[in-house]
Design a protein around this ligand. Structure first.
Ligand SMILES: O=P(O)(O)OC[C@H]1O[C@H](OP(=O)(O)OP(=O)(O)O)[C@H](O)[C@@H]1O
Ligand code: HPA
Length: 183
């Protein structure tokens, strides 16, 4: 669905699907350049990164494999619980592999900080991060993010994989949720 179909539930559309796809094309070119001639492992962070993984991977020309981790810190609310849990681990041994983590959003940065520490302990040949969206708090995180789609204001957003209570992931655009939906 697109934003016009649920306009009463959104206060604002921040990025349309067309803008997202255009930005992904630019990032894919940078990633192809970086990993030319290498075998790349994309690690998607479930559930939110499903959309960006599907789209980014199809913009890439580099040979790649995909694996997934499920990590949760938000439960069904709009605030990070601060407790990061691995719900599903990788199927792949990443030792010696070139790894690119694919995220939908970095908000407080807690999920990523935990993930990077966890993945580095498995001794990949290289480890970089790509995120479609980033919020202001993430800028003070010590984790370096190599590829960022768009910086967002500090508001709760939905769409393009991002949910509120499990809903809105299938919204093709990204927007801010109207307060009456969650208050
Ligand atoms: O920077 P942070 O504040 O840690 O937030 C970012 C994380 O929050 C979301 O996951 P969530 O825990 O909501 O799970 P989901 O992907 O299944 O929606 C998102 O997909 C990131 O992984
Ligand atoms: O703004 C957000 N929306 C949806 N999920 C999220 N996970 C972290 N921040 C967000």
């Amino acid at each position: 669905m697109d934003a016009t179909q649920i306009s009463s539930e959104l206060t604002k559309v921040l990025y349309t699907n067309d803008q997202i796809q255009e930005r992904l094309t630019e990032l894919a070119a940078q990633i192809d350049e970086k990993y030319r001639g290498k075998d790349l492992l994309l690690i998607g962070v479930l559930n939110g990164a499903v959309m960006v993984m599907a789209d980014l991977s199809r913009h890439l020309a580099t040979h790649l494999q995909m694996d997934w981790m499920a990590i949760s810190s938000y439960g069904s609310g709009t605030q990070s619980s601060g407790v990061v849990r691995i719900l599903k681990d990788l199927n792949t041994d990443i030792e010696g592999r070139h790894v690119l983590v694919v995220e939908d959003i970095i908000d407080t940065g807690l999920t990523l900080a935990y993930l990077i520490q966890n993945l580095n302990s498995r001794k990949p040949a290289s480890l970089e991060i790509m995120t479609m969206f980033r919020k202001p708090d993430a800028l003070s995180s010590p984790v370096d993010v190599a590829y960022v789609g768009f910086d967002l204001p500090n508001e709760f957003v939905v769409g393009y994989g991002l949910d509120y209570a499990g809903r809105y992931r299938n919204l093709t655009d990204v927007g801010t949720l109207a307060p009456h939906v969650y208050s």
